[in-house]
Write a protein that binds this ligand. Sequence first.
Ligand code: SF4
Length: 311
Amino acid sequence: MERPDKESRDISECPSDSAEAGKASVCEGCPGQAYCQSQGGVDPDQEGIDLRMGAIKHKILVLSGKGGVGKSTVATLLAEALASRSQKVGVIDLDICGPSVPKLLGVEGKPIVNSQYGWKPLVSPHYNIKVISVGSLLASDTNSVVFRGPRKSGLIKRFIKDTYWGRLDFLICDTPPGTSDEHLTVIKALKNVKPDGAVIVTTPQAVALSTIRKEINFCKKMGVRVLGLVGNMENYICPCCGESSELFPSEGLDNLAAEFNIPIIGRLPLDQEVMKCCEMGGNVIGDLQTSPIVVKVLNMAEDIRTMVDNL
Ligand code: SF4
């Protein structure tokens, strides 16, 4: 039988939680096919996942259509903003191949340790945010992770099920760009406890905006509500005079938001001070309180909190 081209497979059709797991036409050529067939559509981890995730009030995914739009920065700023308002927050770095959350939250180089209750998440010096990332499991930050589908999915499920998160108000899931195994795994793993929704980050240039439609359609197919769009690096703030210059035309994001009837919940500038602070693993929300980004992110976090509290 001719196998479907890997690129043409629509992973949102994955029937992993049904009797069709490993047998459907979309499964042909999937690296997890043998495992799915052997499990018969029953996930032995589901009960553990439901138990851990049931203790967390709100689960939010942060997505982007392409890399380089500052998604991890937005995810960690959002986490800091919520935590600065007395919320208990955790962050899962689902970017298995390019983890950057440990650096951004100031826990780079610290190892994750095992306890009788499971993996203990690292605790960030930024408002005690709990963090788990493959970056903290590697012996060196120059080591690379060469996992294929099933191993990646297995690790993500361990992050969710085998990590002792305890009770949290928010769990922010920083996903890799695009729509791939990582997204599918986390959404399916959370199927019984339902994520509150997704925040989609983009920059205003056309090449980034064109990928956002795919993200929105993926969320629709998977039944995940899109809470809002964030336009990152919309303008540049001069470090000398503070003047703001537009880097790309911003109407594209407005048009997209109107087309899909999704709110724009944040428009963030490019700010050298913030970039420097992130590079050094600093606490942007705590250390740069007068920065226009901080004000905007705090407002965005408040809007998201109101939105999910009223769901
Ligand atoms: S993970 Fe792959 S093999 Fe398993 S059900 Fe989904 S598409 Fe099929």
